[in-house]
Design a protein around this ligand. Structure first.
Ligand code: GUN
Length: 305
């Protein structure tokens, strides 16, 4: 029977660490990190997510604002708002919740965000840097997934990692982060022929396909680490993942629940990315990974993780 990876607990620990660091940063730089979250339209699920992101940022001591815009806002009006936030030196992080309504081009909106304020790591320049290995800001959910895997104590190096799903938000960036950890990475998806033959190879299985019970117990290698990124509402209105949790937990070594697995880590990593953007602005430097390591570790005594 698998050990359940407690994302809530791990996320809370990471947030607590940041919470402790914020007063020290305020002392040093005269202000707190700030996060601006933009939502367009009134999708209930998205509204819940963004409210949670803003609430969490405030709870740990950041300045945070939600900018809720009408569904029919034009792309140029939205981009103008982003330009105003880009120019404001008191704004560290900007997040535009996706998906956007069909009349708005998501790529143009994301690329309008100043790359050092792009807390999602979705800007084309940040994506390019991620793949070049010089990344500034990496996307939150993939970063959180790496933390969840590391929390098991299992070494990623040399392991066979299979990622099911190829989205820009999760599948593609998590494959790169796993590669950075020296895993052997296979990318599969719902169009993969004989998906079971591929997933059975996985020592680490990350599933982000958005399809309830896509992964059943017969598709999982005994002892594997299974990370379920799916969140869909099933016919009974219950939030479920992509993995048949009840049966897969009998085979896997470690497994994340839904909810309470990946979700809390996404938020914790958003807080971490906001801190990185803040440090980048406060120190007027663009080498964020170096800043994180030196400022947080050396001056404040926290962890660079
Ligand atoms: N929609 C679903 N996940 C995300 C995310 O991580 N960031 C943004 N901006 N939108 C999302």
């Amino acid at each position: 029977m698998a050990q359940i990876i407690d994302g809530k607990k791990l996320g809370a620990r990471i947030k607590e660490k940041i919470h402790e660091q914020i007063p020290l940063l305020e002392q040093q730089y005269g202000r707190r990190p700030s996060l601006y979250v933009i939502i367009v339209g009134e999708d209930e699920g998205s509204l819940k997510y963004v409210t949670n992101k803003v609430k969490t940022a405030k709870t740990i001591g950041m300045d945070a604002r939600l900018i809720a815009l009408k569904e029919n806002i034009s792309e140029s009006e939205l981009i103008n708002i982003i330009h105003v936030l880009n120019a404001d030196p008191l704004v560290d992080g900007i997040l535009v919740q996706l998906p956007l309504p069909n009349h708005i081009n998501e790529d143009r909106v994301v690329d309008a965000i100043e790359k050092h304020k792009d807390v999602d790591g979705f800007h084309a320049l940040n994506v390019g840097s991620l793949w070049q290995g010089t990344h500034c800001i990496a996307p939150c959910t993939p970063k959180g997934i790496i933390q969840l895997i590391k929390s098991t104590g299992i070494e990623i190096r040399g392991k066979m990692a299979v990622v099911v799903g190829r989205s820009n938000i999760v599948g593609k960036p998590v494959a790169k982060l796993l590669l950075d950890e020296n895993a052997t990475v296979v990318m599969a998806h719902t169009g993969t022929r004989d998906l079971r033959a591929v997933t059975l190879l996985a020592d680490i299985l990350v599933v982000a396909a958005g399809q309830e019970k896509l992964i059943t117990a017969d598709m999982v290698k005994p002892g594997a680490v299974v990370i379920d990124v799916g969140i869909t509402r099933n016919a009974e209105g219950k939030v479920v993942g992509d993995v048949d949790f009840e049966n897969v937990k009998e085979v896997a070594g470690y497994i994340t629940p839904v909810p309470g697995g990946v979700g809390p880590l996404t938020i914790a990593m958003l807080m971490k990315n906001t801190m990185e953007c803040f440090l980048c602005h406060a120190e007027s430097s663009t080498d964020v990974s170096k800043l994180w390591a030196t400022i947080i570790k050396a001056r404040i005594g926290g962890s660079a993780e």
